[in-house]
Write a protein that binds this ligand. Structure first.
Ligand code: DAH
Length: 357
């Protein structure tokens, strides 16, 4: 028969175990379990407190009390470890369910080529397919290449400070890509055919002009090159870059580096040459004329040949120059030049799947 002190001690242990059982029964997450551990099993928890009362028991009760206490302590610890393990497994299972390996991965956001670059590349590739090479030159240019050798006289308005960005008396930011005619002809002898894409600069900024824009210069030199070659080449090119059924029209014009010179119009790609939009309103792009200007061209002036030591009696050639932004606007129906410089991602993203050449 246990002494009443022993009985009281054993009852206390029993109560502690029941309370612990009731608490872990309900436990849902590791944080709750941790607070149960602190309450019952930590160094200041109720189990340690209870065990500290062992020493107050009469000597003859201590062995049994100690044995029972150790058994209960072991049971509580085992139970705790099991529950901890179960919670961990539950958590792992939930994580596995959240993870769907069949979902597509998140691909990194990549940039795209700018529409002006795409159109410039496309134009160059059309000319490459005709046997032209692509040549590049400096954007900081001398007066000689930008003006002098191209037969642009001293008093020509293009040389005015109003139009040209001068870096010094004789150094400019090139105002066109025509200097590449001179640079290429200096380096090579005929026959030659090249296109020269690049940035050009002018003192000009309003809704329809940007101080920097892109041009492509094209030129071909050989024996007996005629205006008919120029016309055939440009008509072919324009039909490839726009559409097969556009009309091409040559108008007499003037450029210092070509003689004769012409400006080329194509039937308006926005209203299909009708002069009116689908809703019957006048076409804003061609201003009801049915045609839009697209490039300047002509037969290379003998004066230009003289500047590069070509014999104008032996050789002839043609040249043309066009604005890439303008071609891109007409080709893609873009009505605001500023869109090319705003870096507006939704605008630029529309060209993501435009075939690069
Ligand atoms: N260089 C001219 C400009 O910037 C464009 C041009 C016109 C180039 C006629 C040519 C040409 O080669 O023949 O406006």
């Amino acid at each position: 028969m246990a002494s009443s002190a022993l009985q009281a001690f054993l009852d206390k242990l029993q109560q502690l175990e029941s309370a612990f059982e009731a608490a872990v029964e309900e436990v849902e997450d590791p944080e709750e379990l941790e607070s149960i551990r602190v309450t019952y099993l930590s160094r200041r928890g109720s189990l340690v407190q209870c065990l500290s009362q062992l020493k107050d028991l009469p000597d003859e009760d201590r062995p049994e009390a100690g044995k029972t206490a150790n058994r209960i302590k072991q049971r509580l610890q085992d139970r705790f470890a099991r529950i901890q393990e179960e919670l961990q497994q539950k958590r792992d299972r939930a994580r596995r369910q959240d993870f769907d390996p069949t979902l597509p991965g998140r691909s990194p956001r990549t940039g795209t080529l700018h529409p002006v670059t795409l159109v410039s590349d496309e134009i160059c590739s059309i000319f490459r397919s005709l046997g032209y090479e692509v040549v590049l030159g400096p954007e900081v240019e001398t007066d000689f290449y930008n003006f002098e050798a191209l037969n642009i006289p001293q008093d020509h308005p293009a040389r005015d400070m109003q139009d040209t960005l001068y870096l010094s008396d004789s150094i400019v930011l090139r105002t066109h890509t025509s200097p590449l005619q001179i640079r290429t002809m200096q380096e090579q002898s005929p026959p030659l055919a090249a296109v020269a894409p690049g940035k050009v600069y002018r003192r000009d900024a309003d809704l329809t002009h940007s101080p920097m824009f892109n041009q492509i210069e094209g030129f071909l030199v050989d024996r007996r090159v005629s205006m008919a070659d120029l016309r055939g080449t440009l008509a072919h090119f324009l039909r490839r870059i726009f559409s097969r059924d556009i009309q091409v029209r040559f108008r007499p014009s003037f450029f210092p580096f070509t003689e004769p010179s012409a400006e080329v119009d194509i039937s308006c790609v926005i209203c299909s040459g009708k002069g009116f939009s689908q809703d019957g309103s006048p076409c804003r792009v061609c201003k009801q004329t049915g045609f839009v200007e697209i490039l300047g061209c002509g037969m290379i002036d003998p004066e230009v040949f003289k500047a590069v030591d070509y014999d104008p009696e032996e050789y002839s050639g043609f040249a043309f120059g066009l604005g890439v932004e303008r071609v891109a606007m007409l080709k893609h129906g873009i009505d605001d030049l500023r869109l090319f410089f705003d870096n507006d991602l939704p605008f630029l993203d529309q060209f993501r799947f435009y075939p690069a050449t």
